[in-house]
Design a binder for this molecule. Structure first.
Ligand code: COA
Length: 320
């Protein structure tokens, strides 16, 4: 029997309508556009409306991706929602999305891997597709991070935003789609980047807390390291990478990673300026933007690399 691969046949994304600029933020906390932009590369972020939940953002991104894939809702047999800001503690956001979108033939579950959520999700979908039991999967990263923001804490509230990005994967016997990947976890860093609450620990959802410098130092080492590992695993070199989509947390992390990877600027997708860090949604959102604006073309080699709370990190090498 020939080997099964998972190819991406559609991408989609959604950003809420409301925009909060750096200038808006400088009226709320002691900060400035200059400070935020030079340290992070962020100019603005989107904020979900009061009646918009993570599931609503996910639904819009998935619908967009299904349209791109020309696939109907009933054909989806697997739905993975990556999020750290679920609508409710339970049921999972994926069950809510399944109902809202009519994905009635899909087995649906959430995963929690913070900014690496979409990359983790792709690897899980790939394994389930490779098992032969699933043919059409949707992986979505969706977040309403502004709901767990301390708007008085200038060290975090300037960094994050809301949004969603999705990809539709299909089983194929051609050697295309996901070619290699690696995902890792190091729980020694649980206190570096976290929510300060949770249902079991505090009976609250808490706010985002981060030791920015520590995260920075590790991200600039681990993201290049795992990228190199995954490209080598695919039997390729960095020169074979046509498009690099790193997690969009901070432009300085991306630029430092690039130096270490020897990937030219024009091959890199940078969207952070427009939306800030949206955790699991960043990579699929950037993938969708690059797909729709022609930065990625069918058949090209794409490298996705993320790192986030946990720490979790991971990379996927795929033929688009
Ligand atoms: N506006 C103005 N000043 C601010 C500020 C803000 N929004 N946030 C912090 N400052 C101040 C600090 O209070 C500090 O002042 P002090 O020198 O008087 O004590 C000064 O700016 C420098 O703060 P510092 O934390 O050392 O800045 P930094 O250069 O490390 O940049 C981050 C801070 C958060 C931008 C940076 O550490 C970073 O990007 N880390 C990675 C974050 C990330 O990507 N996380 C997600 C990974 S998934």
């Amino acid at each position: 029997m020939s080997e099964i691969y998972s190819e991406i046949i559609g991408t989609g994304s959604y950003l809420p309508e409301k925009v909060l600029t750096n200038d808006d933020l400088s009226k709320m906390v002691d900060t400035s556009d200059e400070w935020i932009y030079t340290r992070t590369g962020i100019k603005q972020r989107h904020i979900a409306a009061d009646d918009e939940c993570t599931s609503d953002l996910a639904v819009k991104a998935i619908q967009n991706a299904l349209d791109d894939a020309k696939m109907s809702a009933e054909d989806v047999d697997l739905l993975i929602v990556a999020t750290i800001t679920p609508d409710l503690v339970f049921p999972s956001t994926s069950c809510i999305v399944q109902k809202k979108l009519g994905l009635k033939n899909a087995v649906a579950f959430d995963i929690s891997a913070a900014c690496s959520g979409f990359v983790y999700g792709l690897t899980i979908a790939d394994s389930m597709i490779k098992s032969g039991m699933y043919k059409n999967a949707v992986v979505v990263g969706a977040e309403t991070l502004t709901r767990i923001m301390d708007w008085n804490d200038r060290t975090t509230c300037v960094l994050f935003g809301d949004g969603a990005g999705a990809a539709v994967l299909r089983a194929t016997n051609e050697k295309t789609g996901i070619i290699s990947y690696s995902v890792k976890t190091d729980g020694d860093y649980i206190d570096c980047l976290k929510a300060t609450g949770g249902p079991s620990a505090t009976k609250t959802s808490g706010n985002i807390f981060m030791e920015g410098k520590e995260v920075f130092k590790l991200a600039v080492v681990r993201m290049p390291e795992i990228s190199k590992e995954v490209v080598a695993k695919a039997g390729k070199t960095m020169a074979d990478v046509d498009c690099f989509i790193p997690h969009q947390a901070n432009i300085r992390i991306i630029d430092a990673a690039l130096k270490n990877l020897d990937i030219p600027e024009e091959k890199v997708v940078k969207t952070i300026e427009k939306h800030g860090n949206i955790s699991s949604a960043c990579i699929p959102l950037a993938l969708d933007i690059a797909n729709k604006n022609g930065q990625i073309k069918k058949g090209q080699n794409v490298l996705l690399t993320a790192m986030g709370a946990g720490f979790t990190w991971g990379s996927v090498f795929l033929k688009f």
